[in-house]
Design a protein around this ligand. Structure first.
Ligand SMILES: NC(=O)c1ccc[n+]([C@@H]2O[C@H](COP(=O)([O-])OP(=O)(O)OC[C@H]3O[C@@H](n4cnc5c(N)ncnc54)[C@H](O)[C@@H]3O)[C@@H](O)[C@H]2O)c1
Length: 466
């Protein structure tokens, strides 16, 4: 079977870039990305490509090539489903905030709604592809809904988790390490798998397209995120030991990273990982383990999250300690709010939690981030419910210029590793600040001896200040 029409439900950080690249690489396939959020769809259709709702280097180029040719963004979900032979589900699957599994399990409300809508709008057989990250065995629920409510049509369910990293989504999609496709080992299942393999094989070498059963595919995505997050927490744990002993975490990371069994990637110590996926996927895995009474396995993975929380609090406490144990009424500049560089995504960003801790100590915070709008900073803080939104607006200022953010500050903290922070005029920033000028590098992007030479009281992660 040859796929001619694709519909993707969910025009977010995954659906938007993923489908843009499929449309760019496969001009003979019509790709319609749909979402219930009109504002988001309008932004995807915006003439000015700098207004796309997702910031990713290179995305504007891909959208410019395919949009209007074979790539379309729409809110007409039913028509797009009806027309498609393959429907991707790429909706959000956040951690549940209520009821059974609150704070741990994935909330599958949106996935279930999608399944019901696909069943209702379909008039012909379809291949349904889970692109969202889902708990292992979710495909069974999707299958159940489709088969029981779907007008007697035939639906094949595939799992095709997305491994892109925000900030490098376009190169990751254009040259993936692998593409994973899980499906049923039946003649119809194998035919559906082949149809999706053929789509990717347009640009991905065949040996990089892995096919498995559905459960392995679903669980592989959770496992990949758990392993990646675990590496960050491991090096962050060592960073604290480095600070206590006089070792340098970057030297340790380099020394162990040259061991080919360990590898050098994902060994960068920092203020802690963020993003919408790592925490939610590990919590979800922990929840699943507990459901199967695998308590030791659950405890093991839960520790990755605890270590990450500890690292964020430790960073905030270090700022307070160095400012003579009080930040009340003091201005602290935050350089960066996004959870990592080259994205405008702030979900679970370490900056939010460090800010919240300092605000509870009555600090005044001034934020500068090149891609995060002012309102987003306030919504992120309001979401925590730690104080009223009026108080957040009183204590936090958001500016468009890094020098303005640092002016008159007692301390500057780097929360995101944006490249532009490396080339700021740090002499000028030092002059603008109150003395002693404290600088906390939560991403280890600055040169310590250079910063000490300028006159900063410089503090990095995993480097002893003794
Ligand atoms: N962000 C990442 O880097 C990343 C990477 C790999 C996998 N994932 C997974 O991909 C999934 C999507 O993540 P995201 O970051 O794109 O989320 P997102 O919140 O950016 O986007 C999801 C979109 O789905 C839309 N939506 C929800 N229900 C809908 C419905 N019934 N009909 C139409 N639209 C609907 C929302 O309006 C939203 O725009 C999640 O499961 C996530 O875990 C994310």
């Amino acid at each position: 079977m040859k796929v001619k029409n694709i519909c993707c439900i969910g025009a977010g950080y995954v659906g938007g870039p993923t489908m843009s690249v499929i449309a760019q690489k496969c001009p003979e396939i019509k790709v319609v990305v749909v979402d219930i959020n009109q504002e988001r769809i309008d932004a995807w259709n915006h003439e000015d490509l700098s207004q796309l709702p997702v910031y990713e280097p290179g995305l504007d180029r891909v959208v410019a090539e395919a949009r209007g040719r074979n790539l379309f963004f729409s809110t007409d979900v039913n028509s797009a489903i009806e027309e498609a032979d393959m429907v991707f589900i790429s909706v959000n699957t956040p951690t549940k905030t209520y009821g059974e599994g609150k704070g741990m399990a994935a909330d599958l409300k949106w996935v279930e709604l999608c399944a019901r809508q696909i069943a209702e709008a379909s008039k012909s057989d379809k291949i349904v592809v889970e692109k969202s990250t889902l708990p292992v065995r979710t495909a069974q629920a999707v299958k159940d809904i489709l088969h029981n409510t779907g007008n007697g049509l035939n639906f094949q369910i595939l799992s095709n988790p997305e491994f892109l990293a925000e900030g490098t989504a376009i190169p990751d999609l254009e040259h993936p390490d692998r593409v994973l496709i899980g499906g049923d080992d039946t003649p119809e299942g194998r035919e559906a798998i082949q149809a999706l393999v053929d789509v990717y094989a347009t640009w991905v070498p065949r040996e990089k397209i892995l096919t498995t059963n559905v459960w392995s595919s679903e669980l592989s995505k959770l496992t990949a995120n758990a392993f990646l997050a675990q590496r960050v927490s491991s090096i962050n744990a060592i960073s604290e030991l480095c600070e206590a002993t006089g070792a340098d975490v970057e030297e340790v990371a380099k020394a162990i990273g040259t061991d080919s069994r360990i590898g050098s990637k994902f060994l960068k110590a920092s203020v802690g990982f963020g993003g919408s996926c790592f925490q939610k996927d590990i919590l979800n895995m922990v929840y699943i383990c507990r459901n199967y009474q695998l308590n030791e396995v659950a405890d093991y993975w839960e520790q990755v999250i605890k270590m990450n929380d500890h690292q964020k609090v430790r960073f905030a406490k270090k700022i307070i300690k160095n400012l003579y144990n009080t930040v009340s009424g003091k201005k602290i500049a935050f350089l960066g709010w996004a959870f990592k560089k080259d994205t405008n995504d702030t979900r679970e960003s370490a900056a939010i939690y460090v800010a919240d801790y300092l605000l509870s100590e009555r600090a005044n915070i001034c934020v500068y981030d090149p891609k995060v709008p002012k309102e987003k900073v306030y919504t992120d803080l309001d979401y925590l419910n730690s104080r009223s939104s009026e108080e957040n607006r009183k204590l936090v200022n958001v500016v468009n210029d890094p020098y303005e953010a640092c002016k008159g500050a007692h301390a500057v903290a780097i929360l995101t590793e944006w490249d532009e922070f490396k080339i700021l005029n740090w002499e000028q920033i030092h002059d603008l600040m109150l003395k002693p000028a404290n600088l906390f590098d939560g991403r280890n992007i600055l040169n310590p001896s250079e910063m000490n030479r300028i006159g900063f009281r410089f503090n990095a992660i995993g480097k002893s200040d003794k």
